[in-house]
Design a protein around this ligand. Structure first.
Ligand code: PHE
Length: 452
């Protein structure tokens, strides 16, 4: 098979940092703690860990192998492995559509975060006498500010993409990921040294299965895929940038460990502080923008500093993830014959417009649509909970049942250079049976439970 020329990541460290940059994002620091709070703390954490290591990591390995083997973006990668057959394009198409939708939501929330960072820096976040709830709704309902901050964020990502895969994406990830770890650790220390912190740890680690239910299980699955950036083709694109010498299986383990570690550390940075202030942990999506400012406010000492550090952490994590979504769409257009610069700019223009439309839905009373959910809830539900599991299911079925096993072993062993004797069992049990059956079951049961 003729392999398209790609400039890719320089070495294994670059691969792990760039992919961890994609994986660690709003999903770990904004979404994970609040859904963990909604679905029973430790109970959710347990199910999430099982899904992330058994299903998420399996998907990561599938997508990386498909990407590196073909050196193509998702839509062309799947048919290329079957010697044509346009039906296989569907898997990539579902992925690209999901990416397109997710990026618009992602940009809006990243814009909020950037605004909160700015307001912590200038102190205006704490100068409002009306309370943080009103502050947040007032900000989201503003017709200009959220759009402006979203556009700044989008431009930052575009600049990185225009610098290229190695000099842009890889370099910034190598810089930001270690910085992120330091930031989250500083916040953990602060949170754990507050009086009554232990209650927060108990909440995070003590399982309350009563609150989990089928929806919680579906949310855990959706979160494990979303958090590892799988089920939408992003890791196929990053896979196409992996050097031939890299040990894919080892990189997958490192990326998953980094991703889980940051999510758990974010929980440790947030819950003890929330409990210590006597606040509610299950505030949903507003946990970070409403409850946390209140927590920082109650510190008395270092309020602005800690708020600034937190929103900086969240903005930087979101940046490398948004870049990976932007890059996926750019690579798809390049694969269709466009040049990289116009492709990246086109994606920015389209996403900027869609994200502005999403941001504007917050300006009025958002009407509740079918099944008591708003437009935003539906977008979030589809892009984080339904479409990625569908794309993941198709990917794992393709990998386990339609790709030649010899090709897979050849790819993962670097053409026989690495010993992966144990892979046969993993392939037979997890790839072929456990992952597809689990994805299918959770998808059906969860959807039945969700749409009552
Ligand atoms: N993994 C990212 C997060 O946790 C989100 C993301 C999903 C990024 C899919 C790229 C592709 O925030």
């Amino acid at each position: 098979m003729a392999k398209a020329q790609h400039n890719g990541f320089s070495n294994s460290f670059g691969v792990v940092m760039a992919a961890a940059g994609s994986a660690v994002g709003l999903g770990n620091i904004w979404r994970f703690p609040y859904i963990c709070g909604q679905y029973g703390g430790g109970a959710f954490l347990l199910v999430y860990l099982i899904f992330v290591f058994f299903i998420g990591m399996t998907l990561l390995m599938c997508e990386f192998s498909i990407g590196r083997r073909t050196r193509r973006a998702p839509v062309k990668a799947y048919p290329a492995l079957r010697g044509g057959g346009n039906g296989w394009k569907l898997i990539g198409v579902v992925g690209i559509v999901t990416c397109f939708m997710i990026l618009s939501i992602y940009l809006v929330i990243s814009g909020w975060t950037l605004n909160y960072f700015w307001e912590s820096l200038t102190g205006s976040l704490f100068g409002d006498s009306g309370g943080f709830d009103t502050h947040f709704t007032g900000f989201a309902a503003d017709s200009m500010r959220p759009v402006i901050f979203m556009l700044i964020f989008l431009l930052l990502g575009l600049v990185v993409i225009l610098c290229g895969v190695k000099n842009g994406i890889e370099s910034i990830s190598k810089l930001l990921m270690p910085l992120l770890l330091v930031l989250v650790l500083v916040l953990c220390v602060r949170s754990l040294t507050l009086p009554g912190a232990i209650k927060g740890l108990d909440y995070l680690f003590h399982p309350d299965f009563g609150k989990l239910g089928p929806q919680g299980v579906l949310a855990a699955l959706g979160q494990s895929l979303f958090s590892l950036s799988v089920g939408m083709g992003t890791m196929v694109v990053y896979g196409s940038y992996i050097p031939e010498k890299d040990n894919i299986l080892k990189s997958c383990v490192w990326i998953t460990v980094c991703d889980v570690a940051i999510a758990v550390l974010a929980g440790i940075a947030i819950f003890p502080a929330v409990f210590s202030c006597g606040l509610e942990p299950d505030k949903g999506a507003g946990l970070v923008y409403v409850v946390l400012p209140e927590v920082f406010h109650s510190f008395g000492f270092g309020t602005r500093l800690f708020a600034m550090l937190f929103f900086l952490l969240l903005s930087l994590a979101a940046l490398t993830s948004a870049i990976s979504l932007h890059e996926t769409l750019t690579a798809f257009l390049c694969d269709c014959g466009m040049k990289r610069v116009p492709a990246a700019v086109l994606v920015a223009v389209l996403e900027g417009a869609l994200a502005a439309a999403v941001a504007i839905t917050f300006t009025g009373e958002t009407p509740e649509t079918a099944a008591d959910r708003t437009f935003f809830d539906w977008m979030d539900y589809l892009t984080a909970t339904v479409l990625p599991p569908v794309c993941a299911l198709l990917t794992v079925l393709f990998f386990g049942w339609f790709m030649k096993k010899e090709d897979i072993v050849d790819e993962l062993s670097n053409h026989g250079k690495l010993k992966i004797g144990w892979f046969g069992v993993y392939y037979k049990v997890l790839v072929r049976w456990v992952a597809p059956v689990a994805l299918l079951l959770v998808l059906i049961l969860g959807m039945m439970g969700y749409i009552k």
